[in-house]
Design a protein around this ligand. Structure first.
Ligand code: BGC
Length: 383
């Protein structure tokens, strides 16, 4: 008798367990659910998380609260096969060890500030010189290396809201800066990034995202056969430390002309061009022809083998097109793949580099009672 009771209890328990796991799988199959898993621990013991946004078309974007980093992103090729099209690491440890800003949110000031110095309202500020003599991408511990507070927002177009408050004086910048970045995976296979920030003291700000794309889907290949269009009739020539000289140079008649779609390989190795020499390839800021703050098409990339097309739309005035020239085969990424020279390209929408020191450039100053607000959309399709 006792044995029968015990068996019934065990059966009952088993039934409960199987019901719970059925429930979970139901949730996993539901596109509207945002799955959250551990992405590993930081050296100080803090846990990090990885969120998966999915849409009904089958696209999946994984984002970590560490650095607000886009870790993986699947997009269909012309046969409808989904493959990961961005560079990244398997766990947070890879990002902590140091990678060149793979997928990360960049701030407080994306791109370079000459000699790590600027003056604002008569006061001089000094930043870490973390890129030769210059300051790059927010400093030694920029927004790419901080833990953001994440709030998943489920729905047909799922979002991940990330917030972070940078302290007054953090990385040398003035003002407590409250930042909110919302990633939204839309039905049309686009990822929208809405950036917002407010400050309690006048400061400078230039936020962007630093995803390295390789539309081939084979992250072991380089991006030289990708065909690029940049809707920009001027670019910013730089000095040998990659600080803009201040000139806005027409692209017409030189290797910086991407007004009509062109293979990256066509001009990237033209070392008779001093600018190509300085960048080791393309690593420059293009000034969009349409300077309005509306959401307009800035760039299109097409990869012929896969048929994948990526269009970048932005409210920003410029875009840094970087061809992964500093990737040198020393980084092992997701699934053990070694990221070779030029195996990824970045399309970083932004204001011009070094604006805090160049009065003729559009202002990157943010004052208390103002709201910084920009939007960028990365949209995939095939042709
Ligand atoms: C810069 C490059 C730099 C890369 C990674 C890009 O935004 O323009 O010069 O090497 O980021 O740090």
């Amino acid at each position: 008798m006792k044995k029968q009771v015990k068996t019934a209890a065990v059966l009952f328990l088993l039934a409960c367990v199987s019901m719970t796991s059925c429930d979970t799988s139901k949730k996993e199959n539901n596109n509207n659910m945002i799955e959250k898993v551990s992405f590993g621990k930081l050296p100080d013991g803090q846990e990090t998380e990885l969120y998966t946004l999915k849409n009904a078309a089958g696209m999946e974007v994984k984002i970590s609260n560490f650095g607000g980093t886009v870790v993986s992103w699947t997009a269909p090729n012309k046969k409808g096969e989904f493959e990961d099209v961005i560079l990244g690491c398997d766990s947070v440890a890879g990002y902590v060890k140091g990678v060149p800003y793979f997928g990360a949110l960049i701030g407080r000031y994306g791109n370079r500030i000459a000699n790590g110095k600027f003056t604002l309202e008569g006061k001089a500020y000094s930043l870490a010189q973390n890129n030769g003599v210059n300051a790059l991408h927010g400093g030694l511990k920029g927004f790419d290396k901080v833990l953001w507070t994440a709030t998943p927002i489920e729905g047909e177009e799922p979002s991940l809201k990330l917030t972070y408050t940078a302290k007054d004086g953090e990385e040398g910048y003035p003002g407590n800066l409250s930042v909110e970045v919302v990633y939204t995976l839309q039905k049309d296979n686009s990822l929208k990034i809405d950036y917002k920030a407010t400050t309690d003291k006048t400061t400078v700000i230039n936020l962007t995202n630093h995803t390295y794309f390789n539309l081939n889907g084979n992250l072991d290949s380089d991006i030289l056969s990708h065909e690029v269009t940049l809707n920009a009739d001027k670019f910013l020539p730089v000095d040998k430390t990659l600080i803009p000289t201040g000139e806005l140079k027409p692209v017409a008649g030189n290797v910086f002309d991407f007004l009509k779609s062109k293979k990256i390989s066509a001009g990237i190795n033209d070392t008779t061009d001093t600018q190509i020499k300085f960048g080791g390839g393309y690593d420059h800021c293009w000034v969009l022809t349409d300077s309005t703050k509306t959401l307009k098409s800035a760039a299109t990339v097409y990869e012929p083998t896969s048929g994948r097309v990526l269009e970048v739309l932005t409210t920003e005035p410029a875009i840094q097109f970087y061809t992964g020239n500093f990737l040198d085969g020393t980084i092992k990424g997701k699934n053990g793949i070694i990221y070779k020279h030029r195996s990824g390209l970045c399309l970083e929408t932004q204001h011009y580099p070094d604006s805090p020191n160049q009065a003729a450039f559009p202002s990157t100053v943010l004052k208390p009672n103002e709201t910084y607000q920009t939007t960028t959309v990365y949209k995939f399709s095939v042709k």
